[in-house]
Design a protein around this ligand. Structure first.
Ligand code: AMP
Ligand code: TRP
Length: 330
């Protein structure tokens, strides 16, 4: 069994893109591997967060993961700041990370913008904390999207730098786990943009908490084009392609089959079928999420239990790091 680690930021508005692009894959892996899924609140605070929202969003993401099918008894679900070893190992790894490596990180460049002097040290060190998350558990499988591949490469480099410095093979080198047909869900209002939690229009996005009526309405209002019938051509007909691939992902069918089945069907009828399918597959997740969010004590209990189990693994590895480095300990 591989040890798998992945993280998600507690930033609210879990949507269909998060579900099909990430969470669904996590659910599929939980029985095959030894999985830790972390709500990365320490990463979230690299940009300003309102305290109440951070708390609410941490609970909401946790509820989303459980509602989508993660079993907190099978895998470990916890929030990062609860396990102090993440921050401690991140400090240690800072001491093995040349600035030149961090200067190459494209996400930092994007997020820091033009006023580089005003960018925060935490944002700059973000990828080192991510390396600490993974290496603390000796995780070798890391499910991530395209955008995080550079950070994962850096985690490998940092692991190598530590191992070389002490002539040990202590940290295994983590590998990205990229899923076959990586589903990229696009906005319902613009088929060329990614569905995103920050989109100004809620009609661009299917939230995991949307009820049946909202789902049906959003799908009905989704942008289409004026060609008759349906065809899968992401370049020329991005909106049609997006609706077809959402259907395929929700039905668990290859997109070719969905296209063949709906060849003679127009947008209106297809949208009706898509709405039915979305309500059937996502409805129970939304329902379960609402039930879970009504019981924050349960969610907090899951996170407390997850943190305790994570600590047991992480603390043992961190003690070994200390021993290797000659840091005196009890
Ligand atoms: P984010 O919401 O950007 O923090 O992303 C959380 C996870 O969801 C990451 O693994 C992303 O790759 C994935 N994700 C976010 N938006 C989409 C999307 N529109 N389509 C597919 N995957 C997505
Ligand atoms: N940086 C990742 C993101 O924004 C989240 C993350 C933090 C992560 N630590 C991680 C992902 C460790 C994988 C492994 O999506």
């Amino acid at each position: 069994m591989k040890r798998v680690f992945s993280g998600v930021q507690p930033t609210g508005n879990l949507h269909l893109g998060n579900y099909l692009g990430a969470i669904k894959n996590w659910v599929a892996m939980q029985r095959e591997h030894d999985c830790l899924y972390c709500i990365v609140d320490l990463h979230a605070i690299t940009v300003a967060q309102a305290p109440d929202e951070l708390t609410d969003n941490t609970r909401e993401v946790t509820a989303g993961l459980i509602a989508a099918g993660l079993d907190p008894k099978t895998c470990i679900i916890f929030n990062q700041s609860r396990v102090a070893a993440h921050a401690e190992l991140a400090w240690i790894l800072n001491c093995f990370t040349p600035l030149g490596w961090l200067n190459r990180m494209t996400q930092f460049k994007e997020k820091a913008g033009k006023q580089r002097d005003k960018a925060l040290l935490g944002l700059y060190a973000y990828p080192v904390l991510m390396a600490a998350d993974i290496l603390l558990y000796h995780a070798t499988g890391v499910p991530v999207g395209e955008d995080q591949k550079q950070h994962l490469e850096l985690s490998r480099d940092i692991a190598g730098a530590f191992n070389r410095a002490y002539d040990v093979e202590f940290f295994p080198l983590p590998e990205p786990m990229i899923f076959g047909a990586a589903t990229r869900v696009m906005s319902l209002r613009d088929g060329r943009r990614k569905m995103s939690k920050s989109d100004g229009s809620d009609y661009a996005r299917i939230n995991l908490t949307d009820d049946a009526d909202t789902l049906a309405l959003k799908i009905k209002r989704a942008k289409t084009d004026s060609e008759p019938g349906l065809s899968y051509d992401p370049e020329r007909r991005p909106e049609a392609a997006n609706l077809l691939s959402i259907y395929a992902a929700l039905a668990g069918e290859p997109v070719e089959r969905v296209v063949a089945e709906h060849a003679g069907v127009g947008f209106a009828a297809f949208k009706g079928r898509l709405a039915d399918l979305a309500i059937e597959t996502l409805g129970p997740i939304a329902q379960r999420m609402r039930e879970l969010l009504a019981d924050p004590a349960y969610i907090d209990g899951v996170l407390a239990d997850g943190a305790e189990r994570a600590r047991r693994i992480g603390d043992a590895n961190l003690a070994e790091v200390r021993r290797i480095m000659g840091l005196l300990d009890a």
